[in-house]
Design a protein around this ligand. Structure first.
Ligand code: BDP
Length: 708
């Protein structure tokens, strides 16, 4: 299904709201990928019968946009699933009804125990339960908060869609993390930094007068997986986004998103207060938008500029979320230019936002002065633990270098007990084969979230840092760099849609397993039988390891070409892999850069010893001779070759497996995945051959295989 390029004047969008969600529901049996996981196909006759008894009518007393969206979505979904009409009831009297609303709206109709359960829910938590009350059996979807009702509704839809039996129904759910954000790296000219799903969804030239139907669809997809915050623009921020004309455009998007429980944020350029001609050389692309000759965070005029800017924004967007800031890395101006610290920079902006309830998210992706860049974030931020304002988050990438295919977790997690830390993941596959590969990132993220920091003894996982439970923090945040674009499939391929989905699901509940998420997503996305969905799941579950193996096994990283972050170019990345005749790998032990010293002692001791370091991280921590004998009984060289070959054969197998599914899923979808897998087979060979050839120059395979 292609999205018609309708240009709808802004004043009629609200009137079209109800109709739009019906249109979305008409994507039944859609195999183009444009309805993502919200494809409301008919259920099996058995399930249809079961559900239609308990879902004939909807009673929803609320009239807000969020609640109307929830109600209409539910109606569209059920009608698709059970293939019969669902009535929107004006009266709460009756049976077989779904009662949808806030606790305040529904408590008179609920049995006492249900009211108690709902009262105990935090934040946007919700309950979903079928009960017999005063002789009538109805289903309640209730939250204290309107957005919670929306999330409960999508959960209910998911249950139906994934073939869950209607009875018994008794569920409560609360998000583990409060701010579940998508960070768009979208530029004002419509391009997307590291975007592989098309051009930007935001049509800056058309806004604010015209709006695109995709804004609403996008927000709906986000809401369906619990995303509640969106940063619209690239962290390499063009300062113009803060100009009054752009803010009016932003206000229109914010209005669209608000109706789906989403707050809007902006990336802010630290040098924005400056006059264009006064901005430092390092600010390559843009001038500032102010009249000052400095962006020094301690200068009162700069502070005043940001305060006024915040007031201006909140006048237009009362629920504006706040700013995301990239400073002092990759040419972006930051406090260091003025010999100030990240603490001073972040707190200054936080103070400007605080009177309006805004949040300042400051990225820890900074360059310091270390020889080993992996050391920088910890060195720059750890000393200020406890000194950041209460409305500041430090947003930390999962890996200390970047979003490499596999890195150990950044040691700031577990080292800043008195700071709000946000975890930044990359949904876009910058270093994982863009839109070509199948690589399912749920596996990668579960690995990160499950990593033990040992901050408070064993079991102190990254997930517990992020959800605030390790240190009892009240404010929590997670961010994913978005993989969306305006292409038909939204994310460049159907399997990349799974990554958007998995990110949202993990943001809600970081303890979900990648396996569970994959299974859910497959059932919601593909129209296929159970054995077929199990085959697809097995492909997904092996896809991430396959990618790591054929590109950067054993903890290698940054072997990609600088130009595209896609093809292999190990000869240009010697400073990361350090291959020479003596061996390969980066020595980050106590004998090397001593990066290991940033971890808690239990982990430091493991990573300091090559015999104890998990093979997946071996060369991330150690420089070892080629003939080192490993726990697998192979030498390092043999293991490297083994893993490269293994990656290639796993992709071959995925392609063979997919072939066997011909006829079991929609032909166009089968064909499009097949063509991607054929590309991935070639891509995997290119990586393996290039890397093995290159490393064999140093390894001298005959000697390296002999071991001692
Ligand atoms: C790097 C990307 C670059 C981003 C940067 C960041 O290559 O495009 O701007 O991360 O996170 O990995 O700021």
């Amino acid at each position: 299904m292609r999205y018609p390029k309708l240009l709808i004047p802004i004043f009629v969008t609200a009137a079209l709201a109800i109709q739009a969600s019906v249109v979305a529901g008409e994507s039944k049996n859609d195999s183009s990928g444009s309805s993502l996981w919200l494809d409301y196909r008919a259920l099996t006759p058995d399930l249809q019968k079961e559900w239609s008894e308990s879902a004939q009518r909807i009673y929803c007393p609320g009239t807000s946009e969020i609640l109307l969206n929830a109600r209409n979505e539910l109606k569209t979904a059920i009608e698709g699933f059970v293939e019969s009409r669902v009535i929107i009831s004006k009266s709460s009297d009756g049976e077989g009804m779904i009662m949808l609303g806030t606790l305040a709206q529904l408590k008179e109709l609920m049995p006492k125990n249900l009211v108690d359960t709902a009262n105990a829910l935090k934040d946007v938590g919700y309950l979903m339960e079928s009960v017999i009350h005063e002789g009538k059996k109805n289903t309640f979807i209730v939250s204290k908060n309107e957005a919670g009702v929306l999330y409960g509704t999508f959960h209910f839809i998911r249950l139906m869609q994934t073939g869950t039996p209607a009875n018994p129904l008794r569920i409560t759910s609360e998000p583990a993390v409060q701010m579940r954000m998508l960070n768009h790296w979208d530029n004002l000219n419509g391009s997307i930094e590291r975007g592989y799903g098309g051009r930007s969804l935001w049509k800056w030239d058309e806004l604010p007068d015209q709006t695109d139907p995709r804004y609403r669809e996008y927000a709906r997809f986000c809401a369906s997986i619990g995303i509640n915050g969106v940063v619209l623009n690239n962290v390499n921020a063009d300062p113009r986004i803060l100009r009054p004309d752009y803010l009016e455009k932003v206000a229109v998007l914010a209005r669209e998103f608000r109706a789906w429980g989403i707050r809007t944020y902006l990336s802010a350029n630290f040098a924005a207060p400056m006059h264009p001609s006064d901005t430092p050389d390092r600010m390559k692309h843009w001038g500032g938008i102010g009249n000052l000759d400095t962006a020094d965070p301690l200068d009162p005029a700069v502070q005043e500029w940001w305060k006024k800017k915040a007031t201006e924004i909140y006048r237009l967007i009362p629920d504006f979320g706040g700013f995301l800031v990239k400073a002092d890395s990759e040419g972006m101006v930051g406090p260091r230019v003025y010999e100030r610290t990240h603490l001073e920079g972040a707190n200054m902006l936080a103070d400007a936002l605080a009177p309006h309830g805004g949040t300042l998210i400051w990225r820890a992706f900074v360059y310091g002065s270390s020889e080993d860049r992996a050391l920088d974030a910890y060195l720059e931020f750890k000393p200020y633990d406890g000194e950041f304002r209460d409305n500041v988050f430090i947003q930390v990438k999962n890996g200390p270098l970047d979003f490499q295919p596999r890195e150990p977790f950044t040691p700031l997690f577990g080292s800043m007990p008195q700071t709000h830390l946000a975890l930044e993941l990359q949904v876009a596959k910058e270093y994982l084969g863009h839109a070509t590969t199948l690589a399912f990132l749920g596996s990668k993220w579960s690995e990160i979230l499950g990593s033990d920091t040992y901050a408070k003894g064993s079991g102190s996982t990254v997930a517990k840092v992020i959800d605030g439970s390790l240190y009892g923090q009240k404010k929590t945040c997670i961010a994913g760099v978005a993989n969306t674009g305006d292409g038909d499939e939204w994310c460049g391929s159907v399997f990349n849609q799974a990554n958007w989905y998995a990110y949202g699901r993990l943001a809600w509940n970081p303890r979900l397993s990648a396996d569970e998420i994959a299974e859910e997503w497959i059932k919601m996305t593909f129209e296929c039988d159970l054995p077929t969905s199990m085959v697809i799941k097995s492909m997904m579950m092996g896809s991430y390891d396959a990618y790591v193996n054929y590109t950067m096994p054993l903890g290698l990283n940054f072997l990609v070409a600088m130009s595209d972050h896609y093809k292999p170019l190990p000869e240009s990345r010697k400073k990361y892999h350090k291959a020479d005749e003596g061996g390969i790998g980066f020595d980050r032990t106590s004998r090397g850069s001593n990066y290991v010293g940033q971890y808690h002692p239990e982990l430091r001791d493991i990573f300091d010893d090559p015999a104890k370091t998990p093979l997946n991280y071996l060369l991330w921590f150690h420089h070892l001779p080629w003939n080192t004998k490993l726990s697998t009984e192979r030498t390092l060289w043999e293991e490297l070759v083994f893993r490269y070959d293994r990656g290639v054969s796993d992709v071959d197998e995925m392609a063979e497996t997919w072939k066997t599914l011909e006829g079991k899923i929609a032909p166009d979808r089968h064909a499009s995945v097949m063509s991607k897998l054929i590309q991935e087979k070639q891509f995997a060979r290119m990586w393996r051959d290039k890397c093995i050839n290159y490393f064999s120059e140093f390894a001298k395979p005959e000697e390296a295989s002999s071991g001692d």
